[in-house]
Design a protein around this ligand. Structure first.
Ligand code: ADP
Ligand code: MG
Length: 467
């Protein structure tokens, strides 16, 4: 029977495809109308299902009639699962003849799998969405500054994968609600479409998982895991900059999801045009959908956000204090909330009333902290002190490794913490050109990814420079 099927299939596809996808299949058993075939891997099975299921069905029905069933016996290629084959039954006839339903798979291995992206079979695994239910649309205050982003997000939540907003990229400065909105979309989709697999993940965590998967030789499982998700939310994609390997794998995952009508939601602190060190092909994908900006909230919106927060916390505050806060904290919703939280804490701790005086103190602290502009001079001082050298040494032409490293770190932080251009940073740190600074930033980025000790330097210095 299988030989007959094969010859039919062979006549209907390209020889190369036949060789790749059908020659490796072994027929195992025929009982009644059910044919069992063995395929070498889960990936193989998925590929067949995706690309050749119609053809397979026609071939089988020709041989076995309308009740033909195909059973896959998947040989797992990796060691993480049990050695026994896993079986997936695909009834050939169901309501939608083109799209077979996956029927539950008996899983032999009962072991808990530590690695979240390793899947022991082909069943729809329950994936923990990692969503925060407190970040929802109901408590995301609408205003001119976020109207577009908010309504695009709601459109996506209503019809994931079904709008032209794919991917949806939400971008804007720190503390303006990107993470909140991204979660809100996921939370809403989970509510409307409980069967959809939604996953929220930060870019850092995604990167870390990817690196781990490479180390443990499970890169393919990593990819397959992500390709099974219906709604993928990746937060802060600017952190992918300079990470070529992670970008590459994300590119493939993205393409797969997009082609299959799955929804991708991304956030970033920059517009795509301003993203540095992100591959062009990935940037061009980002632009396929919609990029919606979250802007700093205007005065009215700030008032509403404060009132909303107070209402939710069950706290009453005199209007003039709310206005005072809204007037003085302008560019960051997280800080607006922070002031309220501090006010409540202070007032209850000291059994004080809410007063303008108290508001002033707290607002001052917040404003000072964020306004503290770090200068390149200061960065050089802190870095050289940390490595126990003087600024002149740091700036010198020497190629001694630890001095080069200190110099590169100074350049890196100058880029990260000031608004100076690469050229201006270069000239201030020992008369170097912009290419040297760019190279330094990349080197530091790479080393932080691969070198623990170095990462500690970066963390320590960042604390010293910003606290
Ligand atoms: P981002 O990811 O852009 O840095 P977040 O999403 O973490 O910002 O938002 C910071 C805080 O501000 C969160 O607590 C969030 O709930 C709150 N927030 C931001 N925008 C709004 C809004 N429009 N309405 C209510 N809360 C908001
Ligand atoms: Mg965020």
């Amino acid at each position: 029977v299988w030989m007959e099927c094969l010859s039919f299939i062979k006549d209907n596809i390209k020889p190369q495809a036949y060789k790749t996808w059908f020659e490796p299949i072994k027929p195992i058993k025929l009982s009644g109308e059910a044919l069992t075939i063995q395929v070498p891997s889960k990936f193989f099975y998925e590929w067949l299902e995706e690309h050749y299921i119609k053809l397979l069905r026609v071939a089988l029905v020709r041989q076995l009639g309308n009740d033909a069933k195909l059973i896959y016996d998947v040989r797992m290629e990796n060691t993480y699962s049990s050695n026994s084959p896993q079986t997936v039954k695909i009834p050939s006839s169901n309501r939608n003849p083109l799209k077979p339903q996956k029927v539950s798979v008996p899983i032999e291995s009962k072991r808990e799998l530590k690695n979240p992206f390793i899947i022991p079979g082909l069943q729809k695994v329950k994936i923990e969405s990692q969503l925060n239910p407190n970040y929802n649309f109901a408590n995301f205050v609408e205003g001119d500054s976020n109207r577009l982003a908010r309504s695009a997000s709601m459109a996506v939540a209503n019809k994931p994968g079904g709008t032209s907003f794919n991917p949806l990229l939400i971008y804007g400065g720190v503390g303006l609600g990107k993470t909140h909105l991204a979660h809100a979309i996921g939370v809403e989709i989970k509510d409307k479409y409980p069967d959809k697999t939604v996953l929220y993940i930060s870019s850092e965590k995604f990167t870390q998982q990817f690196i781990d998967s490479v180390k443990s030789n499970t890169r393919n499982d990593f990819i397959h895991f992500y390709q099974m998700i219906d709604v993928l939310i990746i937060d802060d994609v600017q952190f992918l900059s300079g990470k070529a390997g992670t970008q590459d794998v994300f590119f493939h995952i993205f393409n797969h999801l997009h082609q299959n009508g799955k929804q991708v939601i991304l956030t970033s602190d920059k517009a795509p045009v301003d993203m540095q060190d992100i591959e062009q092909r990935l940037l061009s994908r980002f632009k396929w959908g919609l990029s919606a900006e979250l802007q700093a909230p205007d005065y009215e919106t700030r008032i509403s956000i404060l009132q909303n927060k107070l209402f939710r916390d069950g706290v009453e505050m005199p209007e003039e204090i709310v206005e005072y806060i809204a007037k003085n904290i302008k560019s960051n919703v997280r800080e607006l909330e922070g002031v309220i939280i501090s006010m409540i804490a202070q007032a209850s701790f000291n059994r004080k009333e809410f007063t303008i005086e108290l508001a002033k103190q707290i607002v001052d602290k917040f404003v000072k902290n964020t306004k503290k502009e770090v200068s390149i001079e200061y960065i050089q001082k802190v870095v050289s002190k940390y490595f126990d050298m003087d600024v002149a040494t740091l700036q010198s032409k020497t190629r001694k490794r630890h001095i080069v490293q200190a110099r590169q770190l100074a350049m890196y932080f100058a880029k990260r913490l000031t608004k100076s251009s690469l050229a201006s940073i270069g000239s201030q740190i020992g008369q170097r050109d912009h290419a040297t600074v760019l190279h330094a930033c990349k080197t530091v980025d790479n080393l932080t990814e691969t070198d623990k000790q170095f990462r500690k330097y970066v963390d320590d210095l960042l604390k010293k420079l910003t606290l």
